[in-house]
Design a binder for this molecule. Structure first.
Ligand SMILES: *Cc1c(COP(=O)(O)O)cnc(C)c1O
Length: 446
């Protein structure tokens, strides 16, 4: 593959952007390819190379790059009416109604402009509503670039995970390992009356993909109720991706108090939302006292794109298509690595997938999860498969970045650049794309 144009563009980008990029995961070494355009499930780079795209904008592109007519027309029409107004629009109400109709726990919501904004507003709302300062998060969970959750550690001690965040933030954040009911039970029994909220991704989507063990979320729900703390589901990735229109909370049968959304609900445009019980949402200004505001919030082009995307998904079997392709891909990868690299673990559900390059997990393949680890206690590999973000960080993360990612790129498959970020199937992918991708896996694993 020729990458001359991308190299030249990166040379220019390095002069204007730190590390040449606007979001840190994009800074691939030695340099990223620059995308010229999308085409269905593919992207074409500045040198004309074509890739099957499983990055899908890191999650938002449920329908792929070529939008169905109805979606494209809704976006064009909203944009040609004028960019934005600083006043409410009908299309925003319609998207709000769509979400409250489909997600059982969401009675009301407020739109913002990114997942980061959604989680930081949700944390502030939970603190304001409960009049408590401390939050519990999952160690290695990702809730965007906000100081209250850029925190590492354990209940024995936490610290900011980035310079620029005062230690005082970490003092009010208690990280616990995912899937460890005992750890969170202990925290809530000792310090429950300080805890405003527990914030958790229903499935870890930015640390490999790690599914909850049976009854984990039910336990969180009960523990929060006992402590008077709010349960916040960060569904920025899983919302309208996992569990279809009811989202991951519907799939797991748990009703959080607050839910954060982003990614898919903007149909490819910048978006976020905080939803939940009306009584809590009413605490946002101006109805209540917890300050919340945003120039671009409820942006009419985003609202039109999100609404048209979700309506298309509701009317066209999108979830059955992408979830079936997910099964085909995950079980295909499972068969390939069972032969050639049995220590690795296939993970993911619905239209999300990843292969975690676990180091030691070579027990017999028979009886293991068919198409991605679901933390099945009866599986012979249950004891060894990743249950926490730390387990994923212990995998062969360099092998992914240095060997696997570049090799797949050369085979024409665009994956997320590190071991941690999820990958996504869109409605534009076909069974033939999946077959081609499995051939690339075979070529890599030899
Ligand atoms: C992507 C993501 C965020 C941050 O969203 P941005 O739009 O990038 O700010 C927050 N939480 C989760 C679970 C995410 O996957």
């Amino acid at each position: 593959m020729n990458h001359e144009q991308s190299r030249t563009l990166y040379d220019r980008a390095l002069s204007v952007f730190p590390d040449g990029v606007n979001s840190s995961v994009r800074a691939v070494r030695p340099y990223p390819f620059f995308v010229e355009r999308g085409d269905g499930a593919h992207v074409i780079d500045a040198d004309g190379n074509r890739y099957i795209d499983y990055v899908m904008g890191y999650g938002p592109l449920l329908l792929g790059h070529t939008l169905p007519e109805s979606v494209g027309a809704a976006i064009q029409s909203a944009a040609s009416d004028g960019p934005m107004y600083g006043a409410p629009t009908e299309v925003g109400v319609e998207l709000g109604e769509f979400i409250t109709r489909n997600v059982a726990s969401v009675e009301m919501l407020r739109f913002v402009n990114s997942g980061t904004e959604a989680t930081s507003s949700a944390v502030r709302l939970a603190r304001g509503y409960t009049d408590r300062d401390t939050i519990v998060m999952i160690d290695g969970g990702y809730h965007g670039a906000q100081p209250s959750t850029l925190v590492d550690g354990s209940p024995d001690g936490s610290k900011p995970s980035s310079p620029g965040i005062p230690d005082a933030f970490a003092e009010h954040t208690i990280p616990v390992p995912f899937n460890d009911e005992e750890a969170i039970r202990t925290v809530l029994s000792e310090r429950g009356d300080e805890i405003a909220a527990v914030i958790v991704e229903p499935i870890l989507g930015n640390a490999g993909i790690v599914e909850p063990v049976d009854e984990y979320h039910q336990a969180l729900r009960e523990l929060c109720d006992d402590a008077g703390a709010l349960l916040i589901f960060d569904e920025v990735i899983t919302g309208f991706r996992v569990g279809g229109l009811q989202c991951a909370q519907g799939k797991f049968g748990v009703e959080p108090d607050l839910t954060t959304f982003g990614k898919v609900i903007g149909g490819g445009f910048p978006v976020g939302a905080i939803g939940g019980r009306a009584e809590i949402l009413q605490e946002f200004t101006p109805a209540g006292e917890v300050f919340q505001s945003g120039t671009f919030s409820g942006h009419p082009v985003t609202m039109a794109a999100g609404l048209a995307t979700l309506e298309y998904a509701a009317e066209n079997d999108v979830y059955s298509h992408i979830n079936a392709l997910g099964e085909q891909l995950r079980s295909g990868i499972r068969d390939i690595i069972a032969d050639r690299a049995p220590e690795y673990t296939v993970v993911g559900t619905d239209s999300m997938f990843k292969t975690i390059f676990t180091r030691a997990n070579t027990a017999a393949q028979s009886g293991e999860c068919d198409d991605g680890c679901v933390q099945d206690k009866a599986c012979p590999r249950y004891g060894g498969c990743p249950k926490t973000a730390a387990d994923v960080a212990n995998a062969e993360t360099d092998r992914w970045e240095r060997l696997f990612w570049p090799a797949m790129k050369e085979e024409g498959v665009f994956f997320t650049v590190n071991q941690f970020e999820s990958q996504f199937i869109s409605n534009a992918h076909t069974a033939a794309d999946i077959e081609d991708t499995l051939e690339a896996y075979k070529a890599f694993f030899g």
